[in-house]
Design a protein. Structure first.
Length: 211
């Protein structure tokens, strides 16, 4: 039953991911940015090839997961035309030796961009892979408006939005822990500046390294 539920959750992730990318291509077409649209579509095709290659896999290497996230970051950076910058750091970790459920990181990057950075008007997203006490940590950090202000904005506008991608990721990590009998968890930190004001969000996905 757990395997069947995990398969169903994997099947939901790709359509969600592709839908958001197609929306970005549509926006460029509407703005008559044809050259940028072609570049975007080329990167998107590489992304789709990666998704198809991993579609029937229970797990992929963390290297492939990070490469997918790089494609996504490139696409959104083109889409928003310089409104945010990003960095990817892996601390010389052998990413190919670590296996994760596919598309567990991208939804948090999407949230950082769309609900943190863009409402602020500018900012930075960091994707960092490091080791802490023997565990692998995948950190998605942004300097956006923060979850509290984001929720207030949605409430004020009458929009009730729940991130489907993030909820799916949390469900899949719980199942992964049960199926693989290994530790996997998510910690979300609301960052504050020296005056106690929201300074963005940090998400830490912790995984026990493959033995």
């Amino acid at each position: 039953m757990l395997e069947m539920e995990a398969k169903a959750l994997r099947a939901q992730m790709n359509p969600h991911f592709v839908f958001n990318s197609l929306n970005s291509i549509k926006a460029l077409m509407q703005q008559n940015q044809n050259e940028k649209g072609v570049t975007y579509l080329t990167t998107f095709s590489k992304l789709i090839r990666t998704l198809f290659n991993n579609a029937d896999k229970k797990e992929i290497t963390l290297y492939d997961e990070i490469e997918t996230c790089k494609f996504y970051l490139q696409l959104e950076a083109m889409r928003f035309d310089g409104k945010f910058s990003y960095i990817v750091e892996t601390d010389s970790i052998d990413l190919k030796a670590i296996h994760v459920p596919a598309l567990i990181v991208q939804p948090f990057i999407e949230n950082a961009i769309w609900h943190g950075i863009i409402p602020r008007g500018a900012g930075k997203v960091s994707l960092i892979v490091s080791k802490e006490n023997g565990d692998v940590q995948i950190i998605i950090d942004d300097d956006g408006i923060g979850r509290e202000v984001s929720q207030q904005n949605k409430s004020a506008s009458g929009i009730i939005h729940e991130s489907k991608g993030v909820n799916l990721t949390q469900s899949r990590l719980k199942l992964d822990s049960l199926l693989q009998q290994r530790k996997a968890g998510i910690k979300i930190i609301d960052k504050k500046d020296e005056n106690g004001k929201a300074a963005g969000t940090r998400v830490i996905i912790s995984l026990t390294e493959d033995s």
